[in-house]
Design a protein around this ligand. Structure first.
Ligand code: NAD
Length: 484
């Protein structure tokens, strides 16, 4: 039995790409499933003078499932308000619309404010929501914000300070869409619901953990943004760090949002701040050149990219957590553009049997969590050759979701919007965690900024990144389990 959520969603940046491609389809899925029904309204705001009808047509165009009647009935709940976020007067008009719709749909004062626009405008919106009395006194007031949350610790702190006057931390929902992915949300269950895994999830049995977030696309039309970001800030500070935390947090007392967030914050607090020398030995950066055929352009020849850009499109590194249970266990992370295929996966590499029980050395057992495009779990184990031989052979157990099962997996935005409506904060980035991950990333950036000779491009499009990424592991006798 699905319970209806009464809510009024105000989307700042309602005419934008994120709203149309992700948010409206996600809300529609919630509507089709009954999580949204009669008592909801969505107000899209942006500067352009659109009519409600024009806005609704644009919303419908981006919906694919359901019948035409369902799409139209859903879009009837959408309203457009021309609004410049820097103009105080406009908030007065917006408040009138909010009050009217709250009344019309009997919403009871529940408000979700979604900032689908440049972070530089978050502060002024939050400030005006308070000063112009757009917050309700009956239901909840929640703020949903998008990445990038700052470009370093200082700017993230300034951004946070700009919203804390209006919203408490438990009213702030910072989207990290990797936390909305099925198999990322599955990590605590895999770890803690299987006592045989729970028992060995530590430095005594795990040799290293590998996280790969590979993209096959290049920078595409996001050149302007990417030049100010790079892979470290775009992927490591947020998505990869959240996955590290999901894998490393200590077993909580309770399986609830608060306990999990508290446990995760222990991981963020234990992130190292590397010296420039440590950065040189533990982190590798790269930038793609053209592909073997010369058809795909090098990063430096892409649109809106400086001809001598030193922005990294690839990062690989080793994270050593300062936690007793993880002493000596490197978390190897890797992300890059123009790699052979789009792939997100986690490989937990267990220690190999070191005894002399067998005549040959057994392999390291590996637990693989496939996050995308496949979803599932694989186990690579030692077995015996068939027959009378006692030689060891490596077997693989595999459980991957089939097409039908994959269809049932909610999109990350659908899931996270619902969780925000329910007030569940477990799958959102917390400020405390951000502090640790920004300090970690800032130290690497600082060290890189002091390096003079950057030899880019240093990997060919369509390959798994620069050689140095392999050497990072091979120097300790290890290798990347996922080879592309
Ligand atoms: P966009 O440029 O397509 O949309 C921005 C929106 O903000 C537009 O509706 C625009 O009219 C509105 N806007 C800008 N200035 C305004 C002002 N002064 N007053 C009122 N409205 C104003 O951008 P987007 O791709 O939708 O991204 C929005 C935010 O979400 C960005 O911070 C982006 O980094 C982040 N984000 C986007 C995606 C994505 O898939 N597009 C994914 C992750 C994060």
């Amino acid at each position: 039995m699905v319970t209806e959520n009464k809510t009024l969603v105000v989307i700042f940046g309602g005419s934008g790409d994120l709203a149309h491609r992700k948010l409206y389809p996600a809300l529609f899925q919630l509507y089709l499933k009954g999580s949204l029904n009669k008592h909801f309204a969505v107000i899209g705001t942006a500067r352009r003078p659109w009519t409600h009808e024009f806005f609704r047509e644009g919303v419908i165009e981006n919906l694919s499932d359901g019948t035409l009647e369902q799409r139209q009935a859903f879009a009837e709940h959408f309203y457009y308000q021309s609004h410049d976020v820097q103009d105080s007067e406009h908030y007065v008009a917006l408040k009138n619309v909010i009050d009217k719709l709250d009344d019309k749909y009997q919403i009871g004062g529940n408000r979700l404010f979604y900032m689908a626009m440049a972070p530089s405008l978050f502060g002024t919106i939050a400030e005006h929501l308070r000063s112009e009395h757009l917050l309700s006194h009956d239901g909840y007031n929640r703020l949903i914000i998008e990445k990038p949350f700052g470009h370093d610790y200082e700017s993230a702190l300034a951004l946070n300070n700009a919203i804390v006057n209006t919203f408490d931390e438990d009213q702030v929902f910072r989207i990290d869409h990797y936390l909305g992915k099925e198999m990322v949300q599955n990590i605590p269950c895999i770890r803690f619901a299987n006592p045989f895994l729970n028992a060995v999830w530590n430095r005594d049995y795990i040799d290293n953990i590998q996280i790969t977030l590979a993209e096959s696309l290049g920078v595409e039309e996001r050149g302007g943004y990417y030049e100010t970001s790079g892979a470290l800030r775009d992927m490591v500070q947020n998505h990869i760090m959240q996955i590290v935390a999901m894998l490393a947090f200590p077993r909580p007392e309770k399986y609830d949002d608060r306990a999990i967030n508290q446990a995760k914050s222990q991981v963020f607090a234990s992130l190292p701040v590397y010296t420039p020398e440590q950065v040189r030995t533990k982190f590798v950066r790269g930038q793609y050149g053209e592909d073997a055929s010369g058809k795909q352009a090098a990063y430096r020849n892409e649109d809106k990219i400086e001809a001598d850009s030193t922005v990294e499109t690839f990062v690989a590194g080793e994270i050593d957590l300062d936690m007793p249970q993880w002493q000596g266990v490197p978390f190897y992370v890797r992300t890059g553009k123009r790699l052979p295929a789009k792939k997100t996966r986690i490989d937990v590499v267990f220690k190999a049997d070191q005894s002399e029980l067998f005549t040959e050395q057994p392999a390291n057992p590996v637990l693989t969590i496939d996050v995308e495009p496949d979803l599932g779990v694989e186990f690579t184990l030692n077995g015996k050759e068939i027959g009378t031989s006692s030689l060891i052979k490596v077997d693989q157990l595999q459980y991957l979701l089939d097409e039908e099962q994959q269809k049932k997996v909610p999109d990350a935005y659908e899931r996270l919007l619902l969780e925000a409506m329910l007030g569940k904060q477990g799958n959102f980035a917390q400020w405390e965690g951000m502090t640790g991950s920004w300090h970690f990333v800032d130290a690497i950036r600082k060290a890189w900024s002091q390096e003079k000779d950057v030899d880019f491009p240093n990997y060919q499009s369509g390959t798994m990144g620069p050689k140095a990424a392999d050497e990072l592991l091979s120097k300790t006798g290890r290798h990347w389990i996922y080879q592309g």
